[in-house]
Design a binder for this molecule. Structure first.
Ligand SMILES: Cc1cc2nc3c(=O)[nH]c(=O)nc-3n(C[C@H](O)[C@H](O)[C@H](O)COP(=O)(O)OP(=O)(O)OC[C@H]3O[C@@H](n4cnc5c(N)ncnc54)[C@H](O)[C@@H]3O)c2cc1C
Length: 379
């Protein structure tokens, strides 16, 4: 039986970042995942994610963004490959938009200059847009296109032969965790479960707090290619209503404008990937582009499906209802990570560090808003 100090089961962005943090600090760690970098399963596939410094979801996340940013820059410099492409982030909504107000407040709370901009000024600065004059708009700097495909490849390469490319079943024991793959048995002192949408299936009590949803993504052939080019066009998030939020990217990979709904799609199981994203699912995006970003609107030329894993609202402390779960699992030597909720990718280096510390430093705790004890089922 092969032994290690820490096993990381699941090597999406979070597990890969945790394994990287462990190996970088000399811990005897192994990672398990049957899915290779670039495969279109799990929540981390695809070329890019949005990096935002100021997060409308929770102002506490600014510190996490800054810590993660430093991690991305270190990785970028160590490997000489672009991981972050600095790009402004435009967030816009109807007058009184809570999303825009929260993003603005998060910036101001850090002593940052007020990022608010008149809609007409935003339309002038970014001519692909046609935002109504009375809309609330912020344009935050410190944003970037996060090249997740590059990240996954770099992290897998860094871990080298510490990766077992197989599915792993685990069984907690009083002194550690037994792990079994199709071919081998392992014993780890501790294990980090970074299973993305599969986490609830492995731990049903945790599954009761998680909601996995199907998210459609499309690439649109832009009406005005010059207006949506990198450098001329921001990352954007537009909110037309509480359940009508659409985000998108500049055409940075000559594949069209990637855009998608941020509101939650239907609840699904972790293996429910079919059918491919339909025109109906992307209709909200086509409508939003036509109404607000006419320079980016056009036929759908490519499509994808990805899964969000959203945590439910805590019943023991106020939160926005989607804060991640990053904690030790009670009465075991397991650490759990539900870092998805549709906006976890940007934080991966910071979350990976927390997971590694939870597994190796008994005095360490993640922030209270990440802990299981915010739910009465775990108090
Ligand atoms: C459409 C979409 C858009 C998003 N946009 C953004 C964004 O703009 N900005 C942002 O910051 N975040 C964004 N996110 C969120 C971000 O991508 C996720 O937070 C992140 O990818 C979650 O990574 P993970 O490692 O937790 O899960 P996953 O990537 O799902 O990884 C879980 C891994 O566990 C493996 N696994 C499962 N079972 C086993 C087993 N038994 N043994 C071994 N391995 C196993 C799977 O193969 C998988 O690779 C988005 C997500 C989606 C779906």
């Amino acid at each position: 039986m092969r032994k290690c100090d820490v096993a990381v089961i699941g090597l999406g962005l979070m597990g890969s970042a945790a394994l990287d943090a462990l190996l970088s600090s000399g811990v005897d760690a192994l990672g398990f995942d049957p899915v290779g970098a670039g495969a279109n399963r799990g929540s981390s596939h695809g070329s890019c994610r949005i990096f935002r410094r100021f997060n409308f979801e929770n102002p506490n996340y600014t510190a996490l963004s800054d810590e993660a940013h430093a991690g991305w820059i270190r990785l970028q410099e160590a490997h000489g490959q672009t991981i972050l492409t600095p790009t402004p982030v435009l967030e816009a909504g109807r007058p009184g938009s809570k999303m825009v107000a929260a993003s603005r407040a998060a910036a101001i709370a850090m002593g940052h200059p007020d990022p608010a901009l008149a809609a007409a000024e935003a339309n002038r600065r970014f001519p692909a847009f046609d935002l109504p004059d009375d809309w609330d708009v912020v344009v935050q700097d410190g944003g970037a296109i996060l090249r997740t495909e590059v990240v996954m490849e770099i992290m897998r390469a860094r871990a080298g032969n510490r990766i077992i490319a197989q599915s792993a079943q685990f069984e907690p024991r009083h002194d550690g965790v037994s792990i079994r793959t199709a071919n081998d048995a392992f014993f780890a002192e501790r294990a980090i479960l970074a299973l993305g949408p599969w986490l609830g299936r492995a731990l049903p009590k945790l599954g009761a707090l998680l909601k996995v949803t199907r998210q459609a993504v499309g690439w649109f052939r832009p009406a005005r290619p010059e207006a949506v080019a990198l450098g001329r066009f921001p990352i954007f998030i537009v909110e037309r209503g509480a359940n009508d939020v659409v985000y998108g990217f500049p055409n940075f990979e000559a594949r069209g404008v990637k855009a998608a709904p941020h509101n939650h799609g239907p609840v699904v199981g972790p293996d429910d990937w079919d059918p491919p994203a339909t025109d109906g699912e992307l209709g909200l995006v086509s409508d939003a582009l036509a109404a607000l970003v006419p320079g980016a609107t056009g036929p759908i030329i490519d499509r994808d499906i990805c899964l969000y894993t959203n945590s439910l609202a805590a019943d023991r402390r106020p939160d926005q209802g989607e804060e991640f779960i990053i904690d030790r699992w009670p009465d075991s030597r397991l650490v759990v990570c539900s870092a998805c909720s549709g906006h976890g990718a940007k934080f991966a280096p910071a979350i990976g560090r927390r997971l590694a510390r939870l597994a190796t430093d008994p005095t360490f705790e993640a922030e209270p808003f990440f802990r299981l004890s915010r739910y009465s089922a775990f108090a």
